[in-house]
Design a protein around this ligand. Structure first.
Ligand code: FEO
Length: 395
């Protein structure tokens, strides 16, 4: 499959409708994904990025139907992660001498991943490649989200090939942002940002400002996953600037795990208290053992505050809660308030442990945690409601 984006540029990637897990088991992809690869035909022929290795053979066979591989003058590897470089070993068997343009770090990573001595040509920000009537301009985008990440801007067609940035794990044959369901598109775009780019938000802001300062016309943003932004491509840039700026909505999210429903009863009573204190705030509850972790992290990203609950088990906390706290710490959310709660039977360490982990994750714990013995009775439920009210009042 291939399709023309402009007279010079064609999409030659792979739509992966079956994908349900990405980055090992770390990222859920309910709507599949795509690995976007682009072929530019000007006086010179250029291939930007490839696809994930399981599709490497298929990709090369498909590419052969579109072009004689020997006509490819340059390959650009904007990012060496295997979802974009995985087909290189298959491709380079056919055209081993073709130069691969990438950042210095990209060359090092590709060498370490594939152990092949390909013809690497390193680029830095501002370097250009003349390909005929258009020119390609390279922009390093370190840590967005790998050290080697980079963008390529094509003059004439005014396309920003942005690699992972502005992408979505979203399989669609419709291919363009204006053709797909907008709620689905933005759900996947914000989930992508929340789960992958949150730790690098200050760099996102700086890089976007740097690119905007160049005042380049951008007709399209062509990322390496999901649909191409052709209708008002600035919309996703402005969203990224908002998301990178300690983003939050008027939302409070309660996440918990529970053994025999004591902590669940607490969660629901706390939610009721918050609702009474702040009827405008969206209050959402997730049982962590039964919820998709990346969907929950997206909700945490949107929240101004979170409450984390767990029963006590073996002097610790339940594994789904522990795993979520680890992921929250790793993503480095900023400007979020928090508190802990949990039911217990005898020793009752869970609340203190959660509180400590929230602090370590740099969330601001604004209310001492609440413990309830076994299942909360009427008084216990009232204490939970009061806890929710006090918490909401402090936001
Ligand atoms: Fe889509 Fe960082 O690879």
């Amino acid at each position: 499959m291939s399709f023309k984006i402009t007279d010079k540029v064609s999409w030659v990637g792979k739509i992966d409708w079956e994908l349900r897990r990405f980055h090992g088991d770390e990222y859920s992809t309910h709507r599949g994904s795509s690995y976007n690869s682009y072929l530019i035909r000007d006086k010179k022929t250029v291939l930007i990025d490839t696809v994930w290795s399981p599709f490497g053979k298929e990709y090369v066979e498909n590419l052969k139907k579109v072009i004689d591989l020997k006509e490819i003058d340059y390959i650009i590897s904007q990012h060496s992660e295997s979802d974009h470089s995985g087909a290189l070993p298959f491709l380079m068997q056919e055209i081993p001498e073709t130069p691969i343009y990438c950042t210095k770090s990209g060359a090092n990573i590709l060498k370490s991943q594939y152990h092949r001595d390909w013809n690497f040509i390193e680029y830095k920000t501002g370097d250009t490649l003349d390909i005929g009537s258009s020119q390609l301009v390279f922009v390093e985008a370190k840590m967005l989200h790998w050290p080697d990440s980079s963008f390529t801007y094509m003059t004439g067609d005014n396309i920003l090939f942005s690699n992972d940035a502005f992408g979505q794990h979203y399989a669609s044959e419709l291919m363009y942002n204006d053709l797909v369901d907008q709620a689905e598109l933005y759900q996947e775009a914000i989930k992508y940002y929340a789960n992958i780019l949150t730790p690098f938000s200050p760099l996102v802001t700086r890089k976007i400002e740097e690119v905007l300062a160049l005042d380049l016309p951008v007709n399209m943003i062509a990322p390496s996953h999901g649909v191409i932004w052709r209708d008002n491509p600035g919309q996703i840039i402005h969203k990224y600037l908002k998301w990178a700026d300690n983003y939050q909505e008027n939302q409070i999210t309660i996440i918990y795990d529970t053994m025999w429903n004591g902590t669940k009863i607490m969660a629901e009573a706390i939610a009721e208290g918050i609702r009474q204190a702040d009827p405008e705030a969206a209050v959402k509850l997730y049982n962590l053992a039964r919820s998709d972790k990346n969907d929950v992290l997206t909700e945490v990203f949107k929240s101004k505050a979170i409450l984390v609950g767990s029963s006590t088990i073996n002097r610790g906390i339940l594994s789904a809660a522990a795993s979520m706290l680890e992921m929250i710490a790793g993503l480095g959310f900023k400007n979020k308030k928090a508190a802990a709660f949990g039911s217990y039977g005898w020793s009752g360490e869970s609340v203190a442990i959660i509180q400590e982990r929230l602090k370590e994750a740099k969330l601001e714990v604004i209310e001492p945690g609440l413990k309830e013995l076994w299942n909360p009775d009427e008084d216990g439920t009232a204490r939970c409601m009061e806890f929710g009210k006090t918490f909401a009042a402090k936001l």
